[in-house]
Every structure is written in C-alpha cells, then in structure tokens.
Design a protein around this ligand. Structure first.
Ligand code: NAD
Ligand code: ZN
Length: 346
C-alpha cells in the first residue's frame, strides 16, 4: 500500500510503498477514507532526535476515518464495512483516567509504549491502518468522511478546551480565539453552537480572518500589539472571559495574557512554546492558566453528534496521497484555509 512516512529527523515526509498491514488478535484493519493534516505533525517533524520517543520511519496521520476491512481474532462490536472515526489519544484502557474515558491522560501509555496513530504508531496517512482495539472506534453514521475526519483532533481538542470553560461562557461574556486555522475555525463554530458568548478571532492572515467571520466570529482582528487594547475596548473594560490560544507562541500568549480579565480562563492549546508568568499580580485575579491535550473518548462521540446536528461546517482542502508532502508544505506556509485532508483511496 501507499503510505506517507516521516523517515529521518528533519526531513520532509515522503510517499512510500509498504506491505499491507494485517490485523492481529483484537485488532481492526481500516481501509482509510480520509486523514487530516495537523500542524502538530510539523511540530513533531521539527523535534531534535533526542526528543523523539518512537522509532522512525513513522506513518503520519493522527486524524483518521475509514471503513472496517478486516478484523483480528476475538474482535467484537464492529462489522465489516462499518465507517468509523479513530479516537487518537489511546491509553491503556484500565487506569483511573482511562476508566473515565480520559485516555488522553492515561497514566501508563508512556511506560507501556502506547502511542497515538501517526504520533508514534503507524497512522492514518496510508491506504490501510491498524487500530489496536475496537473501543478506539466511533461510528461515523451518515457524516461525510472527508469533512468529519478533522473532528477527531481539530474538533475534539477545541471541544475539550471549550467544555471545561462552559461556566464562564455565559451571555455577555467574550471568548478570544487566537489562530483561526484548522483547530481555530472549528473552535469558533463550537463556541457558537454551544454558548451565547461573543467570539473575537485573532489571526495574522487576512484569509484566516475572513474565514473566521464566515464561520461565525463576531469580530475578527489582526493579531498584533493593538489586539489586547481592542479587546478591552470591545468588552467595556471587562477583558476576555476565556482566551483559547491555538498558536501558543510567545507573541500569542503575550496577547492572551494582556487580553484576559478577572476570573478568566487562559487556555494554551498551540505548541508554540510560549509561556505565561503566573503569580500574584502577574495576571488579573483568579485567572486560570492551562494547557490541555486532545480530548476524551466520550467527547469525540459528542463532537460527532454536534456535527450530525448540522452545526459544524469544516472547511477542507483535499489532496490525494501522492500530494501529501505538498499539503504539509502548504500548511507550513500558512496557505491552507481550514483543514487539509488526504484521501488515500480515491
Ligand atoms: P494551523 O496551521 O491550521 O492554524 C494555525 C493558525 O494560527 C493559522 O491560521 C495562522 O495564520 C495562525 N497564526 C500563526 N501565528 C499567529 C499569531 N501570532 N497570532 C494569531 N494567529 C497566528 O494549525 P492547527 O493544525 O490548527 O494547530 C494549531 C496549534 O494547535 C498547533 O500548534 C498544533 O500543534 C496545536 N495542537 C495542539 C493540540 C493539543 O492537544 N494541545 C492538538 C492539536 C493541535
Ligand atoms: Zn493534531
């Protein structure tokens, strides 16, 4: 089969031919219908050798949707032909976090060598992929695989971040979304579907600001040194109640920290490496700063259910598998509006 591999530290991803995988006991083989291209892959491909905890080459793709093509011995609960979404942040399945569905916070995944597909184990950017356990699969129903696949990360991650801040996203509140890319443009729609908050999007690209407005942001402003003052102005001196930073760079977290009001949530989702000083007087009183990772199994079910209600319109640019390296180049250049999706089996 064809697969997109990250083969050597610092190199660009390439399309290769590898043997078709076969499901072992308990495993499920998917014929991949769609695989999303996430900026985290670019972050991973930028890591130095000593920071990479899994062997290369790696088949990329941690957003995957596919059709059940074969099952290993003992697999129950899925049928051949089922169209399913893959829950990526897989854990051991039995620790206290996994028992609560929070496999993204599994206590044992690292020591057991369990890695998400595409982020350590073979991912979705291939014609076929193996899923280790049917519990990682969520039925897609009548959702379009191409538009739904970003929901497994670019939807699930903002959903998790928003859900924990719902008590602050009351009518009259303001939520600032920094970075209206793959995650951000879905975050805006989730905020509009789940809350009555006012959504202010910030980005450095006019195309992304236009997309932010198209998908429901009330305001879309350049992400520059004037942004925080504008937010204090827009909110009549209250500041933002929630800031979701989908960039996480020092420039964006500085804006986040300057825009946030008393008793706010400042949530750093992006992997840009920026940090926020916390301590008495460093931020408005009772500001909570957090950096969440992905989302829970039940939240993936909820995100797919919101999409099924017609509330989320994921903007996608599609590529066939031979074009996957180009999709990464375009994402790196900031030239993807919405999410790039690879279709490995056209
Ligand atoms: P993306 O490239 O699709 O979107 C990033 C957006 O940020 C673009 O629209 C870009 O123009 C904008 N941007 C860049 N610099 C900016 C700045 N200074 N101010 C405002 N906007 C700026 O990326 P994505 O796939 O949506 O991922 C977003 C971030 O979230 C990445 O850092 C990714 O690694 C991270 N991520 C984190 C998690 C998690 O679990 N914490 C999960 C998925 C992705
Ligand atoms: Zn991702």
């Amino acid at each position: 089969m064809k697969a997109v591999q990250y083969r050597a530290v610092g190199s660009a991803p390439v399309v290769v031919t590898v043997p078709d995988p076969e499901p072992g006991p308990g495993q499920v083989l998917l014929e991949v219908a769609a695989a999303g291209v996430c900026h985290s892959d670019i972050a991973v491909m930028g890591l130095p050798a000593e920071a990479i905890r899994f062997p290369l080459p790696l088949i990329l793709g941690h957003e995957g949707v596919g059709k059940v093509a074969a099952v290993g011995d003992g697999v129950q609960g899925v049928e051949l032909g089922d169209m399913v979404a893959v829950y990526g942040p897989q854990g051991c399945g039995s620790c206290i976090k996994c028992a609560a569905g929070k496999e993204n916070y599994c206590l044992h995944a690292a020591e057991l060598g369990i890695f998400p597909p595409g982020l350590g184990s073979p991912g979705a950017m291939a014609q076929y992929m193996i899923v280790d356990d049917p519990r990682h699969l969520v039925p897609l129903g009548d959702l379009d695989p191409v538009r739904a696949v970003p929901l497994t990360d670019a939807g699930l991650t903002p959903y998790h971040a928003i859900k924990r801040s719902l008590p602050k996203l009351v009518p009259g509140s303001t939520c600032v979304v920094i970075g209206a890319g793959g995650l951000g443009h879905i975050a805006i729609q989730l905020l509009r579907a789940m809350t009555a908050t006012r959504v202010v999007a910030l980005d450095v690209s006019q195309d992304k600001l236009d997309l932010a407005r198209t998908v429901g942001a009330h305001e879309a402003l350049p992400s520059d040194s004037s942004a925080s003052n504008k937010i204090w102005g827009l909110t009549g001196g209250r500041g933002a109640d929630v800031v979701l930073d989908f960039v996480g760079a020092s420039a964006s977290v500085a804006i986040a920290a300057a825009a946030t009001g008393i008793e706010s949530d400042l949530t750093i989702v992006g992997l840009g490496g920026g940090t926020v000083p916390v301590g008495f007087g460093a931020l408005p009183h009772e500001t909570s700063v957090t950096a969440p990772y992905w989302g829970t199994r039940s939240e993936l079910i909820e995100v797919l259910d919101i999409a099924r209600c017609g509330e989320i319109d994921v903007h996608v640019e599609t590529f066939d598998i031979d074009e996957a390296p180009l999709a990464y180049e375009r994402l790196r250049a900031g030239a993807i509006n919405g999410r790039a999706v690879i279709i490995p089996n056209p």
